[in-house]
Design a protein around this ligand. Sequence first.
Ligand SMILES: NC(=O)c1ccc[n+]([C@@H]2O[C@H](COP(=O)([O-])OP(=O)(O)OC[C@H]3O[C@@H](n4cnc5c(N)ncnc54)[C@H](OP(=O)(O)O)[C@@H]3O)[C@@H](O)[C@H]2O)c1
Length: 322
Amino acid sequence: MRAIVIEEFGGPEVLTLAALPEPEPGPGELTVDVAWIGVNFVDTLARSAGYRVPGLPFRPGVEVSGTVRATGPGVTGFAPGQEVAAFVTDGGYSEVARVRASTAFVLPPGVDLRTGATLPIVLPTAWGLLHEVGRVREGDVVLIHSAAGGVGTVAGQLARSGGAAAVYGVVSDLDKSEHALKSGYDRVFTADTFDTDVKAATDGRGVDLALDPVSGETFHRTLAVLARFGRLVSYGNAGLDEWQISRNDCTPMGISVGGFSILALAADAPERLREIAGRAFHAFAEGVVELPVSAEFALEDAAEAHRLMESRTTTGKLLLRV
Ligand SMILES: NC(=O)c1ccc[n+]([C@@H]2O[C@H](COP(=O)([O-])OP(=O)(O)OC[C@H]3O[C@@H](n4cnc5c(N)ncnc54)[C@H](OP(=O)(O)O)[C@@H]3O)[C@@H](O)[C@H]2O)c1
């Protein structure tokens, strides 16, 4: 089968097309004839910085859609030919993927394979951030960074449907604001001035809930615009920087800081992930959220997809086509 392999970390050019043996499903696993592959920011971090990469050579790709090819020992509820979307832990950028049955999902009625590849990571992530960790409530004012990207597009809509009174987004360039304004956001600010803009928009009060996939300075500036009893959920380090706080950063205003990792959830608590994914997919099937695909590439052009994502000009979701 054809698959993308990384032999060394670096720019998009290190994504190389290789011919590999087709995988067989082990106990509790499925193999999937892949139709579409979701491109995630974490794939670019894995390629360039070795983020969550156990060693080289490495095969990137954490989500696919396709048809079940074979089921391994002990698998129930799946049969060859069924259309599924799934998390992948060992190389989704492939013609055939080996996935755990516990983190594969039969596509909801009316959802086609192309759309299905957009769902496994983004939908449960946005749901988990807002409803499980962030505990969004009726009337909350919500601030979401990377508002026009995959997670941001869905999070804006889920915040709105979760009862938020106002949803503010942050982007690096206002060219992306039109997309965000169609995705549940009331106003969109740029990263350089978001903190003063948020204070101005809320008459100095700040926000009840903020979602931060950037970390570093962005995290600290976001902490500073939380309202009393505000919650900040940190779920990424796109800025390749960390954060650190002390008790005194939280106690005076009664602030909570939380974290979230969909990949850790998939690895450690697949039954909890299924629950969250079930709710998120239901919202999608009901039309509560939309996730437009803004670009698609052939599998062999994965490097082009990474270049585009790293240009910070994309909105919505990027896909690879097998
Ligand atoms: N913890 C989890 O479970 C989890 C799950 C999924 C995704 N994530 C994180 O959520 C974020 C969105 O993921 P996605 O796959 O949907 O990607 P995406 O949002 O479609 O694209 C990447 C986003 O990162 C922002 N960005 C790129 N380079 C940056 C930099 N150097 N500093 C700050 N921001 C930068 C861009 O927004 P602007 O250019 O507008 O700033 C862009 O929206 C990523 O940071 C990802 O790692 C976390």
